[in-house]
Design a protein around this ligand. Sequence first.
Ligand SMILES: Cc1cc2nc3c(=O)[nH]c(=O)nc-3n(C[C@H](O)[C@H](O)[C@H](O)COP(=O)(O)OP(=O)(O)OC[C@H]3O[C@@H](n4cnc5c(N)ncnc54)[C@H](O)[C@@H]3O)c2cc1C
Length: 482
Amino acid sequence: MSTTVEIRKSVPIVADVDVLVVGSGIAGATAAVTAARNRATTMVVDRFGFPGGGSGPGLIGGAPTLELPDTMPDGLPGIPGEFVRRCEAYCNAPLLNHYFRDSQVMIYMWLRMMQEAGVQFMFNAYAADPIMDGNQVRGLVVENKSGAQAIRANVVIDATGDADVACRAGAPVDTRSTYGHPGMYFAMANVDMEEYEAQVVNREPNREDLRWAKALFQRELGRGVGRLNRLVSYFRPAWESGEYKIIRKVDDLGSILMDHGLFRSVSGAQPVRDPIRIGKYGIVGALVGVQGGKSHLSGDAAVMTSLEVGCRAYIFETSHFLRQHIPGFKDAYLHVVSSYFHSRGGRSIVSECPVTTSDAQAGRLYDDVVFVGDDPENRSAKEGEARRGRIEGFDFPYRQFLPRGVEGLLVTGRAAIIQPPVMRARWMIFLMGQAAGAAAALAAKTGTTPRALDVRKLQHLLHHQYQSPMGSNARLRELGII
Ligand SMILES: Cc1cc2nc3c(=O)[nH]c(=O)nc-3n(C[C@H](O)[C@H](O)[C@H](O)COP(=O)(O)OP(=O)(O)OC[C@H]3O[C@@H](n4cnc5c(N)ncnc54)[C@H](O)[C@@H]3O)c2cc1C
């Protein structure tokens, strides 16, 4: 039986700010710090009790500068660069694939930098309906322990990763991104690394088992075995006896797989200097991802719930399988699992100016560029002809933050992009956050809407204050930025 309940209620206004940032992952947290440093009163709301999103409770904290193009030899500029440097000062080492350590450092550093900038927080608060005045967003209603509460704002930034605010404000959204690929990270502790490396990592896989596994992966997923190749002789008997399935279908929703293998291990593809690993007993991590089916529907609560339940069972059973069968794991235990199930892509806005694969491949220029982006997959495809670092990339236009048909709203981070081209790399998410935060502050302080913003002023600020990479000096002169 399908029914509708209409709820009308008065909601107390608990804050009135220049800029309200919804979601405090990399994009939202960077946007909040940037807006506040540009003298906008700023509030950040998140459904969790702390910031970080995928890089915080999602535990994908390691390597925030992964895939950074050689055109930025000195690392990320501006606020993102400051953030990374300050995190690294705590770690006494580069942030590099040490997912669970770096996530905690990043959570702390976001809190600290937001507090220093004067950002107000409202955590454990779920974004509900935006406050609308015609097609203009004027703030947001949140649901938290105190009930429903309203926050008024001159400009709202949707950094939820799934375009939650834009969607409820009536903006058209797109769910076709082929890089949805949601997943979770887990780590096993007390692994006897010496035994594991001697028995598993440093041994060639049995050829017959490898052939069997390749056929299985092709049949089930249409792809190769990848970094799981060293484990084939262990998971084959378990698969055949029905004891443990390395690939697990969740109805028609998608296939769960430990698709990156075991970190610092199976393929040796991740040369990580991990101080925790030194010595006999160490920690081994793995990413569990979901592919195919409806796994791209990150805005569908029922789909995401079923997939998360499936992933949590898969992770526990995988940890049990590892303990039972993989050399070195006998005394290991499941040490940590991501707090939530989250996506690399998913629902995004239909923006005023979406960059397409052909735009990226052609290195298309836009006069409203806010930074130069780079698709790592496009880069490696071109590797033969143009080596890494010599590829110029493509312009990321300001209009990509603007949802169609809705005013007063900027969308940044994951939900501002449709993939491919692949723009989920965190260094680009940082730069998106910085640009959106600066734009929101400028719009709020000058009493204009994000759509009517003078983009040259924004570019000027991004270049002079934050050294956002926006092209050559000749290009900057052509645009009147210098
Ligand atoms: C499994 C996995 C592996 C990845 N691996 C890599 C990699 O190797 N390299 C790489 O560069 N990138 C990787 N990524 C991508 C990268 O992590 C993301 O692109 C990046 O974290 C996105 O940041 P974001 O700020 O846009 O969104 P998120 O980190 O998703 O942040 C969104 C925030 O909004 C909050 N929120 C959402 N909805 C609401 C709501 N309704 N109300 C209140 N708050 C809300 C969330 O709690 C969260 O804090 C990976 C992602 C995943 C999922």
